[in-house]
Design a protein around this ligand. Structure first.
Ligand code: GAR
Length: 220
């Protein structure tokens, strides 16, 4: 089966992007990273992508008078590059309903909490304030409402009593880097689809991909 052409959308350092690029360096990985697109020219991830030989593009949202025009410019670029799947990886812009609908079930996102808990910003602060004993991360298909949509995979990370947002975010980030490539592999290989707004996993999902919920590998 041909590898799916993936675009990664970033706004910052791009550590999840790097994890995806590294996973896709394996010729057996079912997706290739065809483009890294940033809304910010100063995103650290752009240089890392270029170093890895990946095509990069900047579409600065500040150059557009509306979200719809910005999203249309991104959409045009993605389609010009024959992109099959879009991965949001720390892409910090709200997307319009039209853009989200245009990539329905072909766009996934990673968020550093166990959704539907703590969508939006300052997730780790809020998890600590709530006295949670578990944190984690979620990869999901993207829907119009921020950080929502059918969940593909989650990794749980225990919270230590002396955790700070900083220490917790570092451990969750380690789990994100493991979870995101697994979730992308599931989607790109067609083993993970959506049915009635819930994840549908194909019967042939290999044990090492299906077992991504909680495990020693994810406790960091
Ligand atoms: C990651 O922790 C990602 O989960 C989060 O931004 C960070 C980006 O880091 N995304 C969101 O909060 C989306 N709502 P990275 O640029 O190093 O991958």
């Amino acid at each position: 089966m041909a590898r799916k052409r993936v675009a990664i959308l970033i706004s910052g350092r791009g550590s999840n992007m790097t994890a995806l690029i590294e996973a896709a360096a394996d010729p057996d990985f079912p997706a290739e990273i065809a483009l890294v697109l940033s809304n910010r020219a100063d995103a650290g991830g752009l240089a890392r992508a270029a170093e890895a030989g990946i095509a990069t593009a900047v579409i600065d949202h500040k150059g557009f008078s509306s979200r719809a025009e910005f999203d249309a410019a991104m959409d045009k670029r993605l389609r010009a590059e024959n992109i099959d799947l879009v991965c949001l990886a720390g892409f910090m812009r709200l997307l319009t309903d039209g853009f989200v609908e245009g990539w329905r079930d072909r766009m996934i996102n990673i968020h550093p909490s166990l959704l539907p808990l703590f969508p939006g910003l300052h997730t780790h602060e809020r998890a600590l304030e709530a006295g949670m004993r578990l944190a984690g991360c979620t990869v999901h298909f993207v829907r119009a409402q921020m950080d929502s949509g059918p969940i593909i995979g989650q990794a749980a990370v225990p919270i230590a009593l002396d955790d700070t947002p900083d220490t917790l975010s570092k451990r969750v980030l380690t789990a994100e880097h493991q979870l995101y490539p697994m979730a992308l592999a599931l989607v790109a290989s067609g083993l993970a689809t959506v049915e009635n707004e819930r994840l549908k996993l194909h019967a042939d999902v290999p044990a090492d991909l299906g077992g991504m919920l909680v495990g020693p590998a994810f406790t960091g």
